[in-house]
Design a binder for this molecule. Structure first.
Ligand code: AMP
Length: 472
């Protein structure tokens, strides 16, 4: 098997956004806007596939949605139905062949697939199919599903898709488009989000409700865990429950960091949940200080919640530049923490002489935070108290959020006191898991990155180790 390292990194680090529109004359344009609303879920590549009832029209490229889709391209994406995908992956997996939606041709005809999540048994299934002669074009686990469908004995699209998904383990929110059908499904635990909306007579589907705003759609409901929704050639919707019922395990980290604050997840506003995380954090970890500042944008709602609860002034002590590209030429005269300064400039006018509470949503490796603390001190802050609106992240996500390995996570090996010393803060306080669950107001979510309690077995574990050793 070629390029084993790619396969591993892809499968751990897929972060994606999905959008679909069913039966609207402006399908490509609206799907393009929908994907723009989901850009935060993936900035590496973007793709759209439309259906005119006979033929699928596809376009995928590396890059941001607004760069990938020019008016010229959108004009050529014909038909009233579209599915789209934005994708983020770490360095090893950035290849055009991995961009989605995939388009395949098999005995049932043409089909496009767009997937958000991570299949935890993809390697086992892939090996099984390679033994049977299957040839893979990409390193993503989505292609495994495509081969499962090709081998399914299903009589129609819904049966074929259900049979393939039945063998998949892990997390998936997924969209399928054929010339005649659109199908959307969410894994039985509902780990990654997916919701349904309407524009007039047309249905829309999105990873997050925020994408409905930009296309003028109204939110209808979340697609339930384990639900499969199919739209036939007339646009008639049928809802299926083809998988065994499992407990809800939707991802808590979507509320903490990944989803946009102007989204609703399971009926809860992400913005209000984050503000409440900040408020609870202020009660769990109070400290004497003069001002509360966020690390923008990820820490802003929680910092507001913290400040409002404590009646301390909320200030913008770090000013974010929105124009930072991928690479930047550093001046010859060295500037400390250049990369972080470029994005977040500490404002001396706000920070000088102050005892500062700095609120962010999460600590991962601690490397950015260390630099930010140093910059805040250089801008004159007397004390720097870091407050994190989530519990320590001690375990890598196996279901589709980009986290590094356990060993690289600072909280995996360091106590809060050791971490405070490492990042140079006067104190550090994390929100408790109970506090986070209270703020989110739902029960049974996946807490694996905080607790190590993985709701779905990681079936490929031994294989990845073995393949990595072979790759050395
Ligand atoms: P660090 O100080 O290096 O641990 O980085 C912490 C920052 O990473 C916080 O501001 C988080 O908002 C951000 N962060 C958390 N999770 C992710 C993720 N999956 N992808 C990108 N950034 C993240």
């Amino acid at each position: 098997m070629s390029n084993v390292t790619d396969l591993t990194s892809d499968r751990f680090h897929d972060e994606c956004g999905l959008f679909a529109i069913i039966d609207n004359a402006e399908a490509a344009n609206l799907a393009y806007l929908g994907l723009h609303g989901l850009q935060h879920r993936g900035q590496e590549s973007a793709g759209l596939v439309t259906s005119d009832g006979q033929t699928l029209h596809a376009y995928r490229r590396l890059g941001l949605v607004s760069d990938v889709f020019t008016p010229d391209v959108l004009q050529k994406l014909l038909g009233p139905r579209a599915i789209g995908h934005v994708r983020y992956s770490t360095a090893g997996g950035t290849h055009l062949s991995n961009t989605q939606p995939f388009v395949v041709h098999f005995r049932h005809g043409s089909m496009a697939v767009a997937h958000n999540g991570n299949l935890t048994n993809a390697l086992i299934l892939r090996e099984e199919m390679e033994r049977l002669g299957a040839i893979f074009q990409s390193t993503t686990d989505t292609e495994v599903l495509v081969h499962l469908m090709a081998r399914s004995g299903g009589l129609d699209s819904v049966e074929t898709i259900s049979q393939a998904l039945y063998r998949a383990r892990g997390s998936y929110s997924i969209l399928f488009l054929t010339p005649k059908m659109v199908v959307a499904a969410r894994d039985p635990h509902g780990i990654r989000p997916l919701c349904l909306g309407r524009i007039g007579d047309a249905w829309v589907i999105s990873s997050e409700s925020v994408a409905f705003d930009l296309v003028g759609a109204t939110f209808e409901q979340d697609i339930a865990p384990g639900e499969l929704i199919a739209f036939d050639s007339e646009g008639k919707m049928q809802r299926h429950r083809p998988f065994p019922q499992k407990p809800n395990r939707s991802c808590l980290f979507e509320y903490v960091y990944f989803a946009r604050p102007d989204t609703q997840l399971d009926g809860r506003s992400v913005y209000h949940a984050r503000k409440e995380m900040g408020a609870i954090l202020s009660q769990e970890h109070p400290v004497e200080a003069d001002i509360v500042i966020p690390i923008p944008d990820s820490g802003t709602p929680a910092a507001l919640g913290y400040a409002q609860k404590t009646a301390l002034p909320f200030e913008m002590g770090l000013i974010r530049s929105h124009y930072v590209g991928r690479t930047f030429i550093e001046p010859k005269q060295s500037i400390r923490n250049f990369g972080v300064m470029l994005k977040l400039n500490p404002s001396r006018a706000v920070l000088d002489g102050k005892r500062v509470i700095v609120v962010d949503d999460s600590l991962v490796r601690g490397t950015t935070s260390k630099k930010i603390v140093e910059n805040i001190r250089r801008a004159g802050a007397k004390e720097v108290h870091i407050r994190i609106s989530s519990p320590p992240i001690r375990h890598a996500c196996r279901y589709g959020i980009d986290t590094p390995t356990d060993e690289e996570l600072i909280a995996h090996s360091k106590t809060p006191e050791e971490t405070a010393a490492y990042i140079g803060a006067d104190s550090l306080g994390y929100l408790s898991l109970k506090g986070l669950e209270r703020a989110v107001r739902s029960k049974g979510n996946c807490t694996a990155c905080f607790s190590g309690d993985y709701p779905i077995d990681f079936h490929d574990e031994g294989r990845i180790l073995q393949l990595n050793l072979e790759g050395l």
